[in-house]
Design a protein around this ligand. Sequence first.
Ligand code: HMG
Ligand code: MG
Length: 291
Amino acid sequence: MVDIRIIEVSPRDGLQNEALPVPTAQKLELIRGLVAAGIKEIEVSSFVSPKWIPQLGDIEDLWPMLSEGGLYSALVPNMKGLERAEGLGVERIAVFTAASDAFTLKNINMTVDQSLDIFRLIRAEHKGFMRGYVSTIFECPYAGLIEPKQVRKVVDQLFEIGVDEVSLGDTTGVGVPNEVRDLARELHGLDKQEIVWHFHDTRGTAIANVAAALELGYTAFDSSAAGLGGCPYAKGAGGNLATEDLVYFAHRMGLSSGIDLSALARASLSTLDCLGKLPSAKAQLAMLADE
Ligand code: HMG
Ligand code: MG
């Protein structure tokens, strides 16, 4: 048993936003490195339209190459996506909506209610694990500030549909600890084990938000190696919370994660190279400098 649960999203949330294509073999190397560093849960890609997100259009090639040893998942937006996932025997899927219609329309061409109707059909078909994302939990880049009760409404609808967990996305990385606390207050009565926080670090507030969530008793977080990430339909959605920063912070706080920070700091290097980027996540840089 570990004290904090980390769900790695770099191959999906990280690479979906990159201008340069990353070859399938490179993605595989990244995923293998993450597994070797001790990461168990990895969101590897999406069954979305390759016209909308060409960066992830190779999932049919990538999925069968994944090695044993990881709990792999992928995004599914609609029945067509589910059909593709089922064709590959994918057990863990994630559906995704938001607290704002304006965002879901840009992101998946549906209103929130339309997306929930589709997720109900997906749940009826899919027997395996199903996560539900709620994006724009604090602010929508198109509709502005979001009230916690708007988020609670969508979270309740997702659980009513039968998702196994909900991931709460600060899509544009605007949130601060007060907002985490306000939203957590609105989530009263829900099982904290079934809530995951998904922070982007656009403004450097992600780790402060993790600290706030930990103090409130939450222990599950999405993060991305090297802080890769963003969302193509959310202007300004900078990198995700870097897994290295999260692991460093957790370990120094006395919490176990099951992850080897040294191996993790190296796992993304060849992918960064492929993207023409230098490492920039703080704990990754510090770890590499120490070695
Ligand atoms: P659409 O254009 O409305 O789809 O896209 P449609 O149903 O009208 O179909 C149009 C064509 O697309 C048809 O093909 C369909 O077969 C095909 P045609 O007849 O023209 O040849 N199509 C598909 N092909 C492959 N896979 C599919 C699929 N569905 C339809 N699943 C759709 C709707 C949802 C597909 C589109 O909007 C889409 O792919 N969006 C991508 C959204 C995305 O990946 N966004 C980024 C992830 S969300 C995120 O980053 C936030 C998160 O990290 C949390 C946070 O930070 O807040 C999760
Ligand atoms: Mg995200």
